[in-house]
Design a protein around this ligand. Sequence first.
Ligand code: BES
Ligand code: MN
Ligand code: ZN
Length: 505
Amino acid sequence: MTPIIPTFAPLNATTASTKTDAVVFMVSSAKKLDADLAALDKKCGGIISTAIDSAAFTAKKLSTLSVHLPKAAGVAFAVLVGVGEVDKLTTLCFEKLGGKAVGELNKLRAKSATIIAAEIKSKKVNAGEQAARIGSGVMLGSYYFDKYFTTKKEDEKPSLTKINIATSALKSAQVAFAELKTLADAVNFTRDIITEPANVIHPESLAAECKKLTKYGLTVKVLGVAEMQKLGMNALLGVGQGSTKESKLVVLEWKGNAKQKQPVAFVGKGVCFDTGGISIKPAGGMEEMKWDMGGSGVVIGLMQALASRKAKVHAVGVVGLVENMPDGNAQRPGDVVKSADGQTIEVLNTDAEGRLVLADALWYAQKFHKPKMIIDLATLTGAIIVALGSSRAGLFTNNDALANQLTSAAEVVGEPMWRLPLGEEYDKQINSDIADMQNIGREREAGSITAAQFLQRFIKNETPWAHLDIAGVAWSKKSTEICAKGATGYGVRLLNQLVADHYEA
Ligand code: BES
Ligand code: MN
Ligand code: ZN
């Protein structure tokens, strides 16, 4: 659970003999040995250079080769990680290199390692940033959720517990890492709360988790059912009324910039468990719906990230926390509810609940915070997985500039998305025969778009707004260098990057 937090040390010719189980070297496609690697190679009679020259090692980006060293080396393994073409290296590449090293070291059952972050000549990323990014990759890549294992043996757990990163730019690496660490902590926190089962993380306990974030300087306000009833938030409340857990709306505010009167707002779907309600889901796979609070998990982690790095931004996060349960008091298909902004909704399918929660949460954010921009995140539709699979989130927005900002931030952090259309022809699909709108389309087609149209009906005055449907990306069945299978935390690094690029100062 606790990821490895790397330490940093100066780079010098003796680093390679640091008392760790393994040393990791980055090797570019030119296959040139840096000073440390050459020194170690000499100590062990040239077996490292022989291995590097062999066909077994391509030096392509993220290729690896591990060499078991003789006693004379003073360290058991040299792990070579290819970096490929140096000119193409971005900050994300260095993060992946750090994560890749963690994976290889665990395969070798190494307990500790030194990563030699000798400067790779790069126009884009300086030496300190390189080492810091490797460190960030170590933190993201070593995360795993083991809280509930009680009988696992040591040899079934990851072996690695300690990483030291050697760099020629120690000071700047440490400064850069201090900030990246706060971000990695926030991503891993998001992963934790998304992974927790629904008997542990439910509306009440998640609201309590949010309360704890006041320690970062966030103001955290929690509204319960009575307060929301007063505000007329019946769309959200209808979803939670079949649950024994009290529905909550949590508002997290970070005032990191006194000059910004209007905040940027992030709104998250927090359905802590989605049974579908009376329109109940089939049993197979229903357990996945514990992560239907993924959107709110991201918003909560993002707010922690912004506060803990003292971002110069005024930001507000609003999360609607409910549990969608079937029960004697649950809402029925065909019920009509009036949302807080006065629009009426015919609930034709109680399983299309996320949009009901978001309708009132979006209203709240606009009514009380007058944001200059709103982004919502939600595991909203199965249809987005059909359309885009599990590698990209679906992006819907009323603003081209915001689309561009998001798409470029996505590229930087490696959390990609794809824009889908909005339009009148889709919007009319959600007109109801009895109310202002219905919560599912008249046809089954374009399910993610009709869901987005529904949300757009709650955006006032053309406020720049984007909706990210993260149903396909919030959880992954495959591991990558910087993300073990399970909750990904997709969106925290993305929106942190967006804020850093466009909404600070
Ligand atoms: N939480 C689900 C969407 C979902 C499905 C997320 C699979 C992750 C994986 C959402 O509340 C839902 O049930 N949506 C329905 C909408 C339908 C009833 C119009 C869906 O996608 O089937
Ligand atoms: Mn549902
Ligand atoms: Zn749902």
